[in-house]
Unconditional design. Structure first.
Lengths: 112, 115
């Protein structure tokens, strides 16, 4: 069975600092990988996705993620965080079927 | 384009009452998912449909929960009778499968409070 681990439940960074959110997955084949963001009181919005090809994926709002098969990781990065990036971030893996398995989420707080 | 539409956005009810949550998926999508989100358990998949047919309902907590999808543009999640532990945010999501590659589009959610 597939699984997703987001080791950091909370992360606090200063505005303007760089950010990396960790995601590790367990899946037997080449996965479909996703990062979603959830602002308070909102639904989940897709930031970026990896299906195949270039392992460095660009997303919206200046985010990027890198698929590393050898480490079973799909970490999310942003070079300079803005206060509006404060939210909860979810990593997810899709299988050959139609389902997504979500990680537990990482709550990002941004200090002024 | 309209995204996934859920109603109501907020529902407050008393224990024992019936609750019906509604979802309209994105037009043309053929898969629909119901999730529940709580602080304790995170995001849980309750049930999903492909082409209006329930495929996996193993996440439905108990017989008090039921879901239907009578046509491609409408689904309901019903709780009867409701209990305080059902208080959560319920999300509906839709996707175009398989061409959409598992990408799911989420609605804004329904915040349910059972007193």
């Amino acid at each position: 069975a597939q699984s997703v681990t987001q080791p950091d439940i909370h992360i606090t960074v200063s505005e303007g600092a760089s950010l990396e959110l960790r995601c590790n997955y367990s899946y037997g084949a080449t996965p479909y990988l996703f990062w979603y963001v959830q602002s308070p009181g909102q639904g989940l919005q897709l930031l970026l996705k990896y299906f195949s090809g270039d392992t460095l994926v660009q997303g919206i709002k200046g985010f990027e993620a890198e698929f590393k098969r050898s480490q079973s990781s799909f970490n999310l990065r942003k070079p300079s965080v803005h206060w509006s990036d404060a939210a909860e971030y979810f990593c997810a893996v899709g299988n050959a079927g139609n389902m997504l398995t979500f990680g537990g989420g990482t709550r990002l707080m941004v200090k002024p | 384009d309209a995204g996934v539409i859920q109603s109501p956005r907020h529902e407050v009810t008393e224990m024992g009452q019936e609750v019906t949550l509604r979802c309209k998926p994105i037009s043309g999508h053929n898969s629909l998912f119901w999730y529940r989100q709580t602080m304790m358990r995170g995001l849980e998949l309750l049930i999903y449909f492909n082409n209006n047919v329930p495929i996996d309902d193993s996440g439905m907590p108990e017989d008090r929960f039921s879901a239907k999808m009578p046509n491609a543009s409408f689904s309901t999640l019903k709780i009867q009778p409701s209990e305080p532990r059902d208080s959560a945010v319920y999300f509906c999501a839709s996707s175009l499968w398989p061409s959409g590659g598992n990408e799911q589009f989420f609605g804004p959610g329904t915040r349910l409070t059972v007193l």
